[in-house]
Structure formats: structure tokens, C-alpha cells
Design a protein around this ligand. Structure first.
Ligand code: 1YM
Length: 649
């Protein structure tokens, strides 16, 4: 049965994998640490899909001392028989054929299950070696490697060492095991981040109730198990930790409609902002899309109906709006469907129109059913009353929106008194430095390149916007100044096209106060201008901590490790100055170390994981001191890369 002569078709397959190595960016977006994790997620996705389809209930992820990683599930095992068209085993097809867009048109295997990410071949192409074992009564095994072809001088990617072999070793196990070593010639770093992996595994476990995910790191002997019998219910409770909830148990539903699996959990808190996080096939959809739209209109419709049946809303009253229902709403919406189309700036917006009516239908049906449950009536009354309150604020004041709208014209009112504007008019080139303190602000004004750098000094601390209503927030001068300087408006009035600076750079001291100011500003951007962050416009400046000097030689160090290097570089007779704040630097030094695009270091603020960032903000900025202390204690260093920030030089 096995093919003996490897013909032209096989060669074409191999060329396919070589193309991946030639332009990895086209397949995994980037060869940074993010791309490195991407090739792990490809394998994890296949294992999780197998579980999603009900064939597996356990996934194990392991990191090894040699730098390799493995994933194992207890499902059916990748098909081991010969694929009629390809003439090689299913295993070989999976790891050597590129599946464009995650679709795979084959007669042999139906992908009813394979929801997405059949990109295991990409992982193979970008690895030094990859080993597969399939457990079906006996152990099947196959190995691939990438090697330098002497003749062509080029690297051949993901080449089978031998066809799939039935080792005849008996096993009671079922499933698939894949282990691979990411290729150092491809990636900027091949060091996996345990923190990144754990966060994603926990998210997957939340999204797939009952699925057990084990993680083990051989390097540190660290072991962790995630398993949530409540799934999304546990997820919502986790997000609401540290918030005051209006009722104890989240509302939950899970049903299929027109081939789309719809699942959600909802719980209200006393907060004013909304925290809805949506997923499609376990992938976060940060920009929302059709499923979210359907969910929102479903919630609005069903709650209005309820309010009318209960005579809370009278005939003469107008319907409550979606916006009224979103105050304090924490929700996870997770759907599973085929042929997913992603759109939007970051390709995290669901485009499939059919998702909207399906989700709306399920939301209305399931919530109505819950409303008829006598025990839950109280909860719905609480929700309606909260919305009525929100509507009152909306109708009586209408102020928030007017001010938000006015914020767009504030520039013409010249409220931006303190802003030292720049002279250039090209937003793409312009930079706004939001600087802590008047003295550093003064230095920055002297140091800047007037053409494209504007300076906004902050005198006091801006208002902590967490737990404040919008109209209250908009009375704060510092916040108003920032809004007016940016030119985008905020909240529902936000419009990215008005942005006057494509780099918004927060410059604060590397101490507690500076960290607090950063946190306050990031909270504000996250809650009211999230698109600004999503579109990559928000940065943090990193001032040096030390100057090492001798005569007229000056070297700056941004951390203690660099300090050692710089001391060696300057040599005997060096002196050290430790900067306690930006204010201690003269304009020349500030320019060179923190503002000059040629020599400075910026950290770009990104949100890989919006739900996690939301929880973090709740913990950091909310009023539960204990949790905050704990977090700050564990993550004392605000200048390091984390959920919010990635270094960009
Ligand atoms: C550790 C990684 O890849 N598990 C896995 C993959 C597959 C199956 C089961 C599977 C799918 C189907 C039928 C089907 C895949 N099979 C294919 C292909 N774990 C891991 N477990 N039988 C088994 O979707 O119909 C691709 S992935 F294409 F061969 F069917």
C-alpha cells in the first residue's frame, strides 16, 4: 500500500513547505516571539478541536530542556491509513500539505470537526524537527526534519525521514502526540514564554467546559492543570473577581441554531462600563462582529419585552436602548461555526452575516426561558432597574454625549492651553508626549523637534476613571485636555480618523507615582479609546535609570544588566549618576535618551488578551486594596513586557 516511488506531486508538497520558510510572515504573521507561539497554537488547536468535537477530554502541553515543545490529546488520532488522492498516510498529509485558509477539500476526511487552524504543516515547516505518534491499539510514529541541501545550498523544510511506521508496540492509549523543535534560523527567539502559554491555556479551558489541560515545564519542574466544569460561568466569575456583582450565579445558555453553536454567560456588576468578550472557534474576536451584534440586539429585545410584560415599562414609555443595558454587564459569548471569515483592522471581527440572526435567536429564546424561571425573576428585575437608571441618566443629562461631541470642537475653543503643539500637520508623522510633571514637561518642550513633536505636561494625577460615570470623567481638566489634543472624541463618539498624532507617548518616571500615572492613562484609553490602543498608537517612553560617564564620554543604562555592560565599556575611573526622575535630566539628555527617534526606546502598548487586561485593570484600579497590593507585589516592575506592553525599538 505504501508508496514506493516519490513522484512529482510529493516534490510539489515539499516546495510548499519551503515557501513557508521563505516567507514565514505570510503564514504566521511574524517571526517574533508571537510567531513562535503561533506554531505551538497550531498544534494545540488541532488537539482542542478534537476535544470540541467530543472525541477527547484531555490535552497535555509540555516544554522540554532541549527547547522543544509537545502537545498530546486522547482523541481518535490523526488518520494513519493511506489518503487515496495523496497516496501517503493521513499523518503525512496533515504535516506536509498546506491547507489554504484552514479549508481542506478532501473526500477522505470530512472537516465537520476541523473548525480552523489545520496549520500543523506550518509548524513542521518552521521546525528543525517534528515527531508524531498516533496511538490506536499500537503506536504509529513518523518524523520530519529540515536540513541544508548541499546541492542547492538551500534549506529543505519538513521533509519526512521515513513514511509513517506502525511500530507494532501495543498501547492502551488513544490519541495523538506531536513534539517539535522551533528552528533557530527562523525565529528571533525560540524561548517559549510560560506566562503566555498559561494565559492562553486557561482561556481555552474556560471556553471548553470539562476539558482538562495539563501544562508541564521540564526546565523548572512546574506543573499546572486547568479544568473548568462550569466553563463560561467560571470565566465570567473570574472576570468579576474584585467587582461587586448584582446576583450570585451568572446566567448561562448553550444551544445550536442553523449549524452554529452558541454559548454565553452573563453576570451584572455595579460598574458603569461593559465587559463583553466574544470568541469564534476559541479565537478571541476583539473587534466584535456579527455574533456580538446579534447578542446585543437579542439582549435588548428580550429585556424590553420582559419590562413590558411586567409593566415596568408602560405603553407610553420608549424602549430601553442597548446602551442602557450594557452598564455593568460582564459577558462571554462563544460561538463555534464553519467557514469563518475574519475582517477588520486586526482581523478579529467576525464577518459572517449568518451568525447574527443565529445568535440573536438563541439569545432571545434562552433568556426568555430563563425569565420564566421563578427563581430568576428577581435577577431580571435587578437588570431592568439598572437599565432604567442608566436611561434616566441618559435622558436627563444627555450631557455626556454632548460633552463628548463637544470634545471634538474643544480644540477650536483652545482648551488645550498647556499643550505645546507641533508645527507639522501630518498626523502620521506627529507625536504627542504626555509628560509627568511641569519640570520634565519644560525640559521636553525645550528638547523636542517642534516640527513633529507636541508636549502635554500633566500637572497633577489625572482622574482614575475606573468606576466613574462618563459625565464625571469629562469634567476632569487633565482628561479633557488629552481628549481635545488627540482630536478623536471618546466612547461611542470615538473616531480614529480625527487622530492628530499617530504616536501617543506616555512619559513618566520609573517610580511608584509614574507607574500609577501610566496605569491611570492606560485605563482611560482602554475603557474609552480602545481603538487607539488596538491600532497601535499608544506607547510608553522608557527613560534611562543610570548615566555612566568619564570625561566627556557618556553612556546610558536602562536596567541593571545594562549598567554592568556600560561600566565595562566606559572603563576605570567611571562615575555613575542615578536618575530618580525625568526632571533630573537636562533637555539635551532627555532628547537623546527618551525623545530622539533614532536613539530612544519605546514600548508599544498592545492588548493581546483583552479579557485578561480588563481583569487586571479591575484589580489595579478598582477599590479592592488587597488584590491590588498582591498584584503590584507580584509585578512590581511596570517597565517590563506584560499583558499591556511589548518592547519596540
Ligand atoms: C497533538 C495534536 O492533531 N489531534 C487530532 C487531529 C486530527 C484528528 C484527531 C482527526 C480528525 C478527523 C478524523 C476529522 C486531524 N485529522 C486531520 C485529517 N493533536 C491532533 N486528532 N480523524 C482524526 O476531522 O475528520 C487533520 S487534524 F485531515 F487527517 F483528517
Amino acid at each position: 500500500m505504501a508508496k514506493t516511488n516519490y513522484n512529482a506531486e510529493d516534490i510539489k508538497i515539499i516546495e510548499g513547505l519551503d515557501a513557508v520558510r521563505l516567507r514565514p510572515g505570510m503564514y504566521i504573521g511574524t517571526t517574533s516571539v508571537k510567531g513562535l507561539h503561533h506554531i505551538l497554537w497550531e498544534i494545540v488547536d488541532n488537539a482542542v478541536d478534537e476535544a470540541s468535537n467530543g472525541f477527547a477530554n484531555r490535552v497535555e502541553v509540555k516544554l522540554y530542556k532541549d527547547g522543544s515543545a509537545s502537545v498530546e490529546d486522547n482523541g481518535r488520532g490523526i488518520p494513519t491509513d493511506i489518503h487515496s488522492k495523496a497516496g501517503v498516510s493521513g499523518v503525512q498529509v496533515v504535516f506536509t500539505q498546506l491547507h489554504a485558509g484552514g479549508k481542506f477539500d478532501s473526500e477522505n476526511y470530512n472537516f465537520s470537526g476541523g473548525l480552523h487552524g489545520v496549520g500543523a504543516s506550518v509548524t513542521n515547516a518552521l521546525s528543525e524537527w517534528l515527531k508524531v505518534e498516533v496511538y490506536k491499539n499500537t503506536v504509529y510514529s513518523m518524523e520530519f526534519h529540515s536540513y541544508l541541501d548541499e546541492k542547492s545550498g538551500k534549506i529543505k523544510s519538513g521533509v519526512p525521514v521515513a513514511p509513517l511506521k506502525d511500530t507494532k508496540v501495543k498501547t492502551k492509549k488513544k490519541g495523538t502526540f506531536v513534539r517539535f523543535l522551533p528552528d533557530k534560523r527562523v525565529f528571533e527567539t525560540t524561548q517559549f514564554s510560560v506566562e503566555t502559554i498559561l494565559k492562553r491555556l486557561r482561556e481555552i479551558a474556560f471556553l471548553n467546559k470539562g476539558l482538562e489541560i495539563d501544562f508541564y515545564d521540564e526546565n523548572t519542574d512546574f506543573h499546572r492543570v486547568y479544568k473548568y466544569e462550569g466553563g463560561l460561568i467560571n470565566f465570567v466569575k473570574y472576570l468579576n473577581e474584585g467587582k461587586t456583582t448584582l446576583y450570585d450565579e451568572p446566567l448561562y445558555a448553550c444551544t445550536e441554531k442553523d449549524g452554529i453553536m452558541v454559548e454565553f454567560a452573563v453576570q451584572h456588576t455595579d460598574a458603569y462600563v461593559e465587559s463583553i468578550y466574544s470568541y469564534v472557534n476559541n479565537i478571541p474576536t476583539g473587534e466584535g462582529g456579527m455574533h456580538e451584534t446579534g447578542f446585543r440586539s437579542g439582549v435588548t429585545r428580550v429585556l424590553n419585552d420582559f419590562a413590558r410584560t411586567k409593566n415596568i415599562l408602560k405603553d407610553k414609555d420608549e424602549n430601553l436602548l442597548g446602551d442602557d443595558f450594557k452598564e455593568g454587564l460582564t459577558a462571554i459569548l462563544s460561538i463555534k461555526m464553519k467557514n469563518v471569515q475574519f475582517e477588520g483592522q486586526t482581523k478579529t471581527k467576525l464577518g459572517n452575516p449568518e451568525a447574527r440572526p443565529a445568535v440573536e435567536y438563541v439569545t432571545v429564546n434562552e433568556l426568555s426561558a430563563l425569565m420564566n424561571n421563578k427563581k430568576l425573576v428577581k435577577i431580571f428585575e435587578i437588570i431592568i432597574n439598572k437599565a432604567l437608571n442608566a436611561a434616566k441618566v441618559r435622558l436627563a443629562a444627555k450631557k455626556a454625549k454632548e460633552i463628548a461631541r463637544a470634545s471634538k470642537s474643544i480644540e477650536s475653543q483652545n482648551l488645550v492651553g498647556k499643550l505645546a503643539a507641533c508645527s507639522g500637520r501630518k498626523a502620521e508623522l506627529n507625536e504627542l508626549f504626555i509628560v509627568e510633571g511641569d519640570s520634565a514637561g519644560g525640559s521636553a518642550k525645550q528638547a523636542r523637534m517642534r516640527q513633529f513633536q507636541a508636549i502635554l505636561p500633566l500637572r497633577g494625577k489625572p482622574l482614575n476613571v475606573e468606576k466613574k460615570k462618563l459625565d464625571h470623567i469629562l469634567q476632569n481638566t487633565e482628561i479633557r485636555t488629552i481628549i481635545s489634543a488627540l482630536g478623536t472624541g471618546i466612547a461611542s463618539e470615538f473616531d480614529l480618523s480625527g487622530l492628530k498624532f499617530h504616536k501617543v507617548i506616555i512619559l513618566s518616571d520609573a517610580d511608584q507615582d509614574g507607574a500609577h500615572i501610566k496605569a491611570i492613562l492606560l485605563t482611560f484609553f482602554f475603557r474609552y479609546m480602545r481603538e487607539l490602543i488596538n491600532a497601535g498608537h499608544v506607547y510608553m517612553g522608557i527613560p534611562p535609570l543610570y548615566k555612566v560617564y568619564k570625561g566627556n564620554v557618556e553612556e546610558y543604562a536602562y536596567d541593571d544588566k545594562e549598567l554592568k555592560e556600560k561600566i565595562e565599556k566606559v572603563g576605570k575611573g567611571y562615575q555613575i549618576q542615578r536618575y530618580k526622575g525625568l526632571g533630573e535630566m537636562d533637555p539635551g539628555q532627555l532628547w537623546e535618551t527618551t525623545m530622539n527617534p533614532k536613539t530612544r526606546t519605546l514600548m508599544q502598548v498592545t492588548i493581546d488578551d483583552a479579557a485578561e487586561a480588563d481583569r487586571l485593570i479591575t484589580v489595579l484600579m478598582g477599590d479592592e486594596v488587597g488584590e491590588r497590593k498582591k498584584y503590584i507585589f507580584e509585578h512590581a516592575d511596570f517597565n517590563k513586557e506584560d499583558t499591556f506592553a511589548k518592547i519596540k525599538r
